[in-house]
Write a protein that binds this ligand. Structure first.
Ligand SMILES: [Zn+2]
Ligand SMILES: [Zn+2]
Length: 340
């Protein structure tokens, strides 16, 4: 049986299934290198309209968030800020990260627990308030990341670009951090989007994502500032707990994909270059135990070692105790790849 692929020049072709099952370890210059790269690029579409619209969307986010964060830093230097602004920063930073860790990642992508329909909508809105692009695309993109971790075809590896060309050094970090959102390589939803396309909650989240962006960036921080500090605290709180918080939360999670695939230790082998990194784990509330996660992708928790604290996991346990979620998947360490 032959499988269709589109190569990096946009040319379509067929690859025989037995060849597709060949081990993925491209040695540069080897006679099988091209085949291995093309195998990785099955499920990637090049130069589509969607790629252009994703690029525009992320440029918009970057301009608002990075530009806003710079303005926020100037504001902090020029005007006094206090506990109203910074409690707002802490609160919305945690909610922002949880939107990414619980909603985008552990629930919608990895289905590490089950929940009710109203909770699914709440998690969909929370995900989009994290502002890491469309939930629908994110789930499919992240499936591709796990399927091809640090091999050609991985959407955001520090070792390959979107066309399967080797990367290293700062170029690799830049691509894996956020650069991938600006290239012309889109995840093929026909390959990675099963159960995502047509899911009413995911489709609703995708369509309403700019609303949740505005709620997260402006409305909630403004309400917090007004409720706690009065009208005079609104601008400062939007600056600190809106713009600055959102930019920092985005980089904290993006760091899992960039630095988290290069720096840190491997508890489990055979997981690409995914690493456990305590600093990234701290700022991403547990997502930085990324080697553990790659070894146990279905698990609702990333903690394996005693000191690998997973704060997102605490929230999941609390939600389970409150009866908001159930069938929480816990890791089966024994049946997984060998510990070092
Ligand atoms: Zn990863
Ligand atoms: Zn994952």
């Amino acid at each position: 049986m032959a499988t269709r692929y589109i190569d990096r020049n946009g040319k379509q072709g067929l690859v025989e299934a037995p060849q597709l099952r060949a081990p993925l370890s491209p040695a540069p210059g080897s006679p099988t290198e091209d085949l291995l790269i093309e195998r990785g690029l099955v499920g990637v579409r090049f130069g589509t309209r969607e790629a252009l619209s994703r690029r525009r969307e992320h440029l918009f986010y970057a301009a608002v968030k990075q530009g806003g964060a710079m303005a926020a830093i100037a504001y902090i230097i020029l005007f006094p800020t206090g506990w109203v602004e910074w409690t707002g920063f802490a609160l919305f930073y945690v909610l922002n990260i949880l939107g990414m860790s619980i909603a985008y990642h552990r629930y919608f992508t990895h289905k590490s627990f089950e929940t009710s329909t109203p909770m699914r909508y709440a998690l969909g809105a929370l995900a989009q308030m994290g502002v890491y692009g469309s939930l629908k695309r994110w789930v499919a993109d992240h499936r591709r990341h796990h399927a091809l971790s640090d091999k050609p075809g991985d959407i955001h590896s520090p070792y390959y670009d979107g066309h399967g060309r080797a990367l290293d050094g700062r170029k690799g970090l830049k691509h894996s951090h956020l650069g991938w959102a600006y290239d012309d390589c889109m995840t093929d939803m026909d390959v990675y989007g099963k159960g995502v396309v047509g899911d009413p909650v995911i489709e609703w989240s995708h369509k309403t994502r700019y609303l949740w962006f505005a709620v997260s960036l402006l409305l909630l921080p403004a309400l917090w500032g007004y409720a706690i500090g009065g009208a005079g605290a609104v601008i400062g709180t939007v600056m600190v707990a809106g713009f600055l918080r959102m930019a920092l939360a985005l980089h904290a999670i993006a760091a899992v994909n960039s630095f988290g695939h290069r720096y840190g230790y491997k508890r489990f082998e055979g997981q690409g270059e995914a690493r456990n990194n305590w600093f990234i784990a701290l700022i991403s509330l547990g997502e930085g135990w990324h080697n553990n996660h790659h070894a146990h992708p279905r698990s609702a928790f990333t903690r394996v070692g005693r000191f690998e604290v997973d704060m997102t996991g605490w929230v999941i346990v609390a939600m389970e105790k409150l009866g908001l979620i159930w069938n929480v998947k816990r890791p089966q360490f024994e049946s997984r790849p060998q510990k070092r």
